[in-house]
Design a protein around this ligand. Structure first.
Ligand SMILES: [Zn+2]
Length: 568
């Protein structure tokens, strides 16, 4: 019998520390890294890594896999892109605690805010829990390809404690006690901490705030205080005050966050994206991280390697779908739509409506009137694409005709990229380079029909590192392995070192890049989603077990529920 269950032979080990890579074999025994160096004996199984880099599995710190984990053992699309650990339950949206009878209330919190089909959730989730500890036991047993850690979500917690009142009222002392007891119970079985949303972008399908947004700041302080007694994180989707023009409003919000971090001792984290119309607002958020550290608290930002884009297409949704003239055409079967779009009379009516129509109000990532200078046909994932405005001008046509022509030429198999808000490349670089930010905001599992950000890790390595040389390869790998492992408290992952869990990627670095997204109808109840893979991954291993080899799922289920602060 071999000493090693698995030997990854002859690769360049980029170990996650940021230090220089080196050529070595990696031997795995019982799910852990047993040896790094020259291994003379053969492993029970071997992967030839010559010409490849060997990295720790990537850690995806901001996902909404809470629904998907029930029906997708692979953990796609995270796992298709080198992610071996996903943190879920962000922004207050968990599906526990909740009784089966109250499931519709919990789903109400999730469906619009995170764009997850309620039909898919109904068909795909078997409710067998009420409390958070019961939910954790269920997660433990669920067959999983990759590892998951989770927060307890404030919207679910509040809805569980207060029922319908959660959507309208302040918590009574009794409600508070119920919530705090449940948080304590959740923390003791390994929840990462508490998550919440205070963002105006998180609404229910009937246009009301999600439950966590109804809470006042005293409630937040009390609940986070309870987290602090047990030792955990507080994740939040920020208040609008974070990005408004009035500096006094921003300062008041930041003062509350500083006090919260210092008083509770809890590490605070939330998205930090260089977006919005007020430039000083996001620059101040970077300063805030340093201020909190200087006062003895902790807060880290969750950055994104690209900036958030929506993807429109004729097969999914278009910004024009809100317009009456378009609804008539878009409600037809796809082939009929193609025929109608080729009809010059219909075409000119649609173009006129798209150029001059009223688009109404949109929240979050929902469609709004396009800025054609900032709308790009998705021809390539790494090299910049020309804008619709540029292409239209070159062809001497209006931008809407240009979009229709491009779509018809490709039989509708083309996406159009639109940034949710403006941000420059320099701004993205500034935020992802900040030492108190972790590049981790994939939102995987959410916004499944409009956004595809599960390739943020490949984008970091392919674009910022290989093309732009903004980081060394070692530094970029550190940013998506050891850095998130430390911030999220995953003490035995994110590093290639003897004794650590053998979550690993074997990657052909020269070929590593995001592929174009695809539209599939593979959710329960036939609901659709966008999927996206990264090219160049030879193998992904979880606890030393190959999960994917050359892009093929091996059918294994080595993933685990991570119980924070508790050892395996
Ligand atoms: Zn989120």
């Amino acid at each position: 019998m071999s000493t090693y269950d698995q030997v990854i032979r002859g690769g360049t080990v980029i170990d996650g520390t940021g230090m220089a890579g080196f050529n070595a074999d990696v031997g795995v025994k019982d799910g852990r890294i047993a040896k790094i160096g020259r291994i003379r004996e053969r492993g029970a199984s071997e992967i030839d890594a010559e010409g490849h880099i060997v990295t720790p599995g990537f850690i995806d710190g901001h996902t909404h896999m809470d629904a998907q984990v029930h029906w997708d053992t692979q953990g796609s699309c995270s796992s298709w892109n080198g992610v071996t650990t996903a943190i879920m339950g962000n922004c207050g949206f968990t599906i526990a605690p909740s009784s089966a009878a109250n499931a519709p209330l919990v789903i109400r919190n999730l469906e619009r805010a995170e764009d997850i089909s309620p039909a898919a959730m109904k068909a795909g989730i078997q409710w067998s829990w009420e409390t958070f500890p019961e939910y954790m036991d269920m997660l433990d047993k669920l067959p999983k390809g990759i590892n998951y850690g989770t927060y307890i979500g404030h919207s679910a917690l509040r809805t569980w404690a207060m029922g319908e009142r959660a959507f309208e009222q302040q918590a009574t002392p009794d409600d508070m006690k119920r919530m705090q007891d449940q948080i304590r119970a959740a923390m003791r079985v390994g929840a990462l901490g508490l998550s919440t949303s205070r963002s105006m972008h998180h609404e229910t399908a009937d246009g009301r705030p999600v439950a966590s947004r109804v809470a006042n700041w005293d409630e937040i302080r009390a609940l986070v205080g309870t987290v602090g007694e047990e030792g955990g994180l507080f994740e939040l989707a920020h208040e609008e005050a974070n990005r408004v023009a009035d500096p006094a409003v921003r300062a008041e919000y930041h003062r509350r966050l500083i006090d919260l971090a210092v008083d509770s001792g809890v590490t605070i984290t939330g998205g930090l994206l260089p977006m919005g119309t007020v430039r000083e607002a996001w620059e101040e958020q970077l300063t805030l991280l340093d201020t909190i550290a200087a006062r003895g608290g902790r807060m880290f930002g969750q950055s994104h390697s690209r900036g958030i884009n929506t993807l429109a297409s004729f097969e999914t949704y278009l910004p024009f779908d809100r317009l009456e003239e378009w609804k008539a055409v878009r409600s037809q079967p796809i082939e009929e739509q193609k025929r109608l779009l080729r009809d010059p009379q219909v075409g000119s009516r649609l173009v006129k409506a798209a150029l001059h129509g009223d688009y109404g109000r949109a929240i979050g990532a929902e469609a709004r009137k396009p800025n054609y200078k900032k709308m790009f046909p998705f021809f390539s994932t790494v090299t910049p694409n020309p804008s619709i405005a540029e292409l239209a001008e070159k062809a001497g046509i209006d931008p809407v005709t240009c979009i229709i022509d491009i779509a018809l030429e490709r039989d509708f198999k083309i996406f159009f990229v639109q940034p949710v808000a403006d941000c420059t490349e320099d701004d993205v670089l500034k935020v992802i380079s900040h030492p108190r930010c972790v590049m981790t905001f994939s939102d995987s599992g959410a916004h499944v029909s409009q956004i595809s950000d599960c390739t943020i890790h490949a984008h970091l390595l392919a674009y910022w590192t290989r093309e732009k040389q903004a980081f060394t390869l070692e530094e970029a790998v550190r940013m998506i392995t050891l850095a998130p492992a430390r911030e999220f408290g995953l003490f035995d992952r994110g590093l290639i070192r003897e004794g650590m869990t053998a979550d690993l990627n074997v990657i052909d670095y020269a070929k590593f890049r995001p592929e174009l997204p695809q539209l599939v109808y593979d959710l329960p109840a036939g609901a659709r989603r966008l999927t996206q893979r990264s090219a160049g991954i030879k193998a992904t291993l979880v606890a030393g077990v190959p999960l994917f080899i050359e892009g093929q799922y091996t059918g294994t289920l080595p993933g685990k529920l991570i119980r924070a602060r508790l050892t395996d």
